[in-house]
Design a protein around this ligand. Structure first.
Ligand SMILES: CC(C)[C@H](C(=O)O)[C@@H](O)C(=O)O
Ligand code: SF4
Length: 428
């Protein structure tokens, strides 16, 4: 019987099945950040179990609030930093080298097709873009992962999306995933894997695939997955070139992490997305999605371009192409946070940082900060923000504040207008 990618990854990593439908998997990666891992570290220490299963498979970053904004966040960073040092975790990214985890770790080549990855963070699903099984977990699972390098899961049921046609100019992966979440609703994929396939995904860059998989959790999905292909190999090539004689050989190896044609799915959705419009959220749930034109004219106070969803170089390039030689409205504040130092450097070299600054945007260091309303752009009561992030929960970017999720193109155009508007790149 045919198997899905997730089933193949489970079969290759299963070390135990203590109960029916409880699959204990060997982990290839345990990712850590300073908000959730310090709780696990402190608990392990209290239990006299301050050990790690393999320091080379653990990667850690301070990204959510950096530079620290107060004594509490300074302490969280310190616990993670000291722990990484104590256990010889070499891939630890501190201020100056740090970036948003789900942008930084892929960029460092830490995720490969067929890998199992956990992290104490809900957007760990992003890494499925590489054909990996990557899931956000709670503190107990994280502790077991750190200690033993394993994690227990239920068998993955998969929902498959076959995306046909081609996206119009000015329509992006972000618009597509907002549309998909609207179709699925916020719990339509709970405890399930979402496979993204079809010509539209085949054409996408790794950045766009990460945007798609990043928001799988917003429909409840455990993990989003794309099939590894030559785009995946090209992205990873500098990290894998010593393992293979050629890119074709790498592709052949990675192609085993592909769903079989006769695999069993919970549900298959097939869409032609050629007529899809730019999308935006309203309300406080990520499935409250409308075409941008229906929300046009909605006043905003702040624009935020960044996060693990849309803070990558591709996103900044698109936004800058719209902002070039333009000024943002006097009535809005613009904030852009390049997701990683590499994104920042590229943006600097390409003149993108200058375009942002000249247009009136504030450019921050790489950090999650504003995305979860902790620092670098917290909203005041009653304010609203046009954001390229992934969550529009009530008060997400600040108590009493509203968030409208959208693509970087829509966000840049809305910054110029001072209200929600379609980007000039979308001709309808
Ligand atoms: C802080 C962390 C636990 C949280 C998450 O897991 O998602 C954050 O990254 C978020 O996006 O809200
Ligand atoms: S950028 Fe936002 S969504 Fe992504 S990990 Fe950071 S806080 Fe979470």
């Amino acid at each position: 019987m045919g198997r899905t990618i997730a089933e193949k990854i489970f079969d290759a990593h299963r070390v135990d099945m203590p109960f029916s439908d409880t699959h204990v998997l060997k982990l290839d990666r345990v990712f850590c950040h300073e908000i959730t891992t310090p709780i696990a570290i402190t608990d392990l220490m209290a239990r006299g179990m301050d050990r790690v299963f393999d320091p080379t498979k653990i990667k850690a970053v301070i990204d959510h609030v950096t530079p620290a904004k107060d004594s509490k966040t300074a302490e969280q960073g310190k616990i993670l930093r000291d722990w990484a040092k104590r256990h010889g975790i070499k891939d630890f990214f501190d201020i100056g080298r740090n970036g948003v985890c789900h942008a930084l770790f892929p960029e460092k080549g830490f995720v490969r097709p067929g890998y199992t990855v956990i992290m104490g963070d809900s957007h760990t699903c992003t890494h499925g873009a590489f054909g990996a099984f990557a899931a956000g977990v709670g503190t107990t699972d994280l502790e077991v992962g750190i200690l033993k390098g394993v994690c227990a899961f239920h068998a993955p049921k998969t929902i498959k999306f076959v995306l046909n046609g081609a996206l119009k100019p000015g329509v992006y992966a972000k618009d597509l995933i907002l549309f998909i979440i609207k179709e699925l609703t916020v719990n339509g994929a709970t405890n399930k894997v979402i496979e993204f396939s079809g010509p539209v995904v085949d054409e996408m860059s790794m950045e766009s695939r990460m945007t798609l998989c990043n928001m799988a959790i917003e429909a409840g999905g455990t993990c989003g997955v794309c099939y590894p292909d030559m785009t995946t190999v090209e992205y990873l090539w500098e990290f894998i070139k010593d393992e293979f004689n050629s890119k074709e050989e790498a592709l052949k190896e990675y192609s085993k992490w592909m769903s079989d044609d006769d695999a069993t799915y919970e549900k298959v959705y097939e869409y032609d997305v050629s007529e899809l419009e730019p999308m935006v959220t309203f309300g406080f749930k990520p499935d409250q999605v409308k075409p941008v034109r229906e929300m046009a004219g909605t006043k905003i106070d702040q624009i935020y371009i960044g996060s693990c969803t849309n803070g990558r170089i591709e996103d900044l390039r698109i936004a800058a192409s719209i902002l070039k030689d333009k000024k943002i409205s006097d009535d809005v504040r613009g904030i852009v946070s390049p997701a990683t130092p590499a994104v920042y450097s590229m943006a600097l070299k390409e003149g993108i940082i200058e375009i942002f600054q000249d247009s009136g945007f504030c450019v921050t260091n790489p950090t999650c900060g504003a995305c979860l309303g902790m620092s670098n752009g917290v909203l005041a009561e009653g304010e609203s923000c046009a954001a390229t992030t992934n969550r529009n929960f009530n008060g997400r970017m600040g108590k009493g504040g509203t968030v409208h999720l959208m693509s970087p193109a829509t966000a840049a155009a809305s910054a110029i207008e001072g209200k929600i508007t379609n980007s000039p790149l979308y001709k309808g």
